[in-house]
Design a protein around this ligand. Structure first.
Ligand code: PMP
Length: 334
């Protein structure tokens, strides 16, 4: 019989798929690593598992404990799933601007959610951070993983994401492209790939960050943009600027157009940060020879963005063009 002992054993080992349509005119091979195929639906399952296992090993989390984290997105899902399987409670603090559906996902896993006001100063005791710090202090056996600064996050990518890419490309990867939010993915994966390839004749893997135009990583001021999960308005502890060889800005319009094309032309329903990273991967690949292998990381699925990137009205209302749309008509009885 072939089965996993628990859902936790299904984290990682995600496949690479070649892009065939959006790569028209490109000679190099462009491969996408599909992280939505993790059981929690995103790359964040990897860091959730590692952060919790390390906290257990270090005695920071023990039976009856509670995981407290200010997050409403993919990291929350990963933590809720891993904590539940290991017998811990979870409490997530989310701003009220976060959609009800995202909070419902966390509650579906059995997590408690505390909603806080978005329009509060960051240093207030009622802010996102203020409330999560207070809950961590006041809850017995509480542990706050802190994905922005916890070294277990990049370590999980150094130990799993990087080696998987190296093995699946038989060491032929020449370029690695990914976005950076907390920076954990690019730091851990990029560091592993550069180290493992440093002595080969063709030189080490080149690491390129794809960044929302406006984010500090690509020299922006931190001004707002619509792509979710990537870019920053401050420099988190888990982003090591020594790892990337290059950082390229991508506009929301470019990212969203590519996200929609990936669904329509490649059969890949991916999130906006995936579309963004593919834009950069194609720019990188354009000038590369046939034997180059560009691997681009796709953090999550497009399911969470149906009301935005894949919704023509939302796109047009925010000034993004939509083309190649499909029709929805009715065929009801008269
Ligand atoms: N894309 C999405 C959708 C994300 O949720 C995240 C995590 N914030 C990232 C990309 C970036 O990953 P990292 O935090 O490891 O830099």
């Amino acid at each position: 019989m072939k089965y996993a002992d628990s859902v936790l054993d299904l984290i990682g080992h995600t496949p690479l798929v070649k892009l065939n349509k959006v790569t028209e005119g490109i000679d190099a091979t462009v491969l996408v690593k599909l992280e939505y195929l993790n059981p929690g639906g995103s790359i964040k399952d990897r860091i959730a598992l590692k952060m919790i296992e390390r906290a257990e090993a270090e005695g920071k989390l023990s039976p009856g404990g509670t995981v407290v984290e200010p997050t409403s997105g993919n990291t929350g899902v990963g933590l809720a799933m891993v904590a539940q399987q290991k017998g811990y409670k979870t409490v997530f603090v989310t701003p009220d601007k976060v959609g009800q559906e995202k909070r419902d996902v966390l509650r579906a896993y059995g997590a408690d959610v505390v909603v806080v006001a978005s329009a509060v100063a960051p240093d207030s005791e009622y802010s996102y951070y203020g409330v999560s710090d207070r809950l961590t202090r006041e809850t017995e056996g509480a542990y706050k993983p802190d994905q922005f600064a916890n070294p277990a996050a990049p370590d999980s990518h150094y130990e799993t994401t990087g080696p998987e890419i190296w093995a699946d490309t038989d060491g032929k990867i020449t370029h690695f492209v990914a976005g950076a939010g907390t920076g954990g993915t690019i730091t851990g994966t990029g560091r592993y790939l550069k180290e493992v390839s440093k002595d080969r004749p063709e030189g080490p893997v080149k690491v390129v960050v794809s960044d929302p135009d406006g984010s500090v990583y690509s020299g922006g001021t931190g001004r707002p943009y619509f792509v979710e999960g990537v870019g920053e308005d401050m420099w988190p502890g888990n982003y090591d600027p020594a790892v990337p060889d290059e950082v390229q800005p991508v506009t929301d319009a470019e990212a969203f157009e590519m996200t929609r094309r990936l669904a329509q032309e490649e059969g890949l329903l991916l999130g906006g940060s995936s579309g963004m990273a593919v834009v950069t991967a194609l720019k990188v690949a354009k000038d590369l020879p046939k034997d180059a292998v560009v691997v681009v990381l796709a953090p999550d699925s497009g399911r969470g963005y149906l009301a935005k990137i894949f919704n023509d009205q939302w796109m047009n209302a925010h000034g993004f063009p939509t083309s190649g749309g499909s029709a929805e008509t009715t065929a009801f009885p008269p």
